[in-house]
Design a protein around this ligand. Structure first.
Ligand code: SD4
Length: 325
């Protein structure tokens, strides 16, 4: 970046910091310390983020790109039938169909997304192909499936016997009520900063368990479930997608970081915005994680119980997200 451009950016940051009442030193320190940045680093939602991060780390540690890392990382829970909320083995909708949502975003603000996709185990890789091999950002349903098959993905049955059994039990009462902090809100969202200092993110889910057929959540929506701006940072969301979409949550978190907030503060402010817009948050969980350009990270959620996984040079961590309530 030219010195002049850097100066303009820092001036803008300083002005924002003044406007928001944030200490200017803190806002500026973030930009000025770029040389000391913590990289590479990868963070992701929930405890299934630990093995997912390990796969991403293998790439990051060999100076691979953040984009390759996040794709490889989230493919781990996508392919794991024991993870009942992502990819193969995910809970179906109320008609017993496993429908998947995923998106990916890179350092150049390229993005790709698939929603309401059936029969394909790795929707994140289809999303990447949408990004790289089509003029579009998002493909859904039958069109997304047709595209995946054209690209050589295999059509398979994603409903495992365990998920089918649970669905049949659910049918007995057919009561749809999202429950906080348990398996029906366990999307994986992953953010990585590579050795080159570039960011990328990925988000993939089977969505809310027993949702209406055709329902799409926040996870494949760029800006809601995931957002990356390589000049600032990235954010991703988990929890009740409808609440995240109403506030375009991940974009909000990134913009709050742009204004000088730390990753954790940005996540907290976005959570507070969601709470302010909802009548009742008793049964509503949303969690955000965020990573900035310096490799600093943080998280925040509405209710206790949300955790996130981190891997960097200092090792592997599973951290409880701070909660508002
Ligand atoms: C959705 N946000 O479809 C997703 C679900 C989720 O952790 O995050 N689960 O609403």
């Amino acid at each position: 970046m030219s010195t002049r451009r850097k100066f303009i950016k820092l001036s803008a940051l300083g002005a924002t910091a003044l406007g928001s009442g944030l200490p200017i030193e803190r806002a500026l320190a973030g930009s000025l310390n770029a040389a000391k940045s913590n990289k590479p680093v990868v963070i992701s939602t929930w405890n299934h983020g630990v093995p997912a991060n390990a796969a991403a780390w293998e790439i990051l540690n060999k100076k691979g790109t953040a984009l390759d890392a996040v794709e490889a990382g989230v493919r781990v829970p996508e392919g794991d039938p024991e993870v009942r909320t992502v990819g193969y083995g995910g809970f179906p909708d109320r008609e017993g169909k496993v429908t998947l949502d995923a998106c990916i975003m890179d350092k150049d603000s390229n993005c790709g997304s698939v929603a309401f996709l059936q029969h394909i185990k790795h929707p994140i890789s289809v999303a990447r192909k949408v990004m790289e091999e089509t003029p579009h950002v998002m493909l859904v349903g039958e069109g997304a499936l047709q595209f995946a098959l054209e690209k050589g993905f295999r059509k398979e049955n994603l409903l495992t016997p365990a998920s089918e059994k649970d669905w049949k039990n659910w049918l007995k009462e057919s009561k749809y009520k999202p429950v906080i902090n348990i398996e029906n809100h366990d999307t994986i969202g992953m953010l990585a900063l590579d050795a080159n200092g570039d960011l990328a993110g990925a988000c993939t889910t089977s969505g809310a368990a027993y949702k209406m057929h055709g329902r799409v959540g926040d996870s494949p929506i760029i800006g809601a479930g995931l957002f990356i701006d390589n000049e600032v940072g990235g954010a991703t969301a988990t929890g009740l997608g409808e609440a995240v979409m109403r506030t375009v949550g991940s974009h909000l978190v990134v913009e709050l970081m742009r204004q000088g907030n730390s990753p954790e503060d940005a996540c907290r402010l976005a959570v507070e915005r969601i709470i302010a817009k909802q009548k009742d948050v008793k049964d509503l969980q949303v969690g955000f994680i965020a990573l900035n350009k310096n490799g600093e990270y943080g998280a925040y959620c509405i209710h206790k119980g949300f955790n996130y996984a981190v891997q960097d040079k200092s090792g592997v961590k599973l951290i409880d997200g701070k909660a508002k309530l």
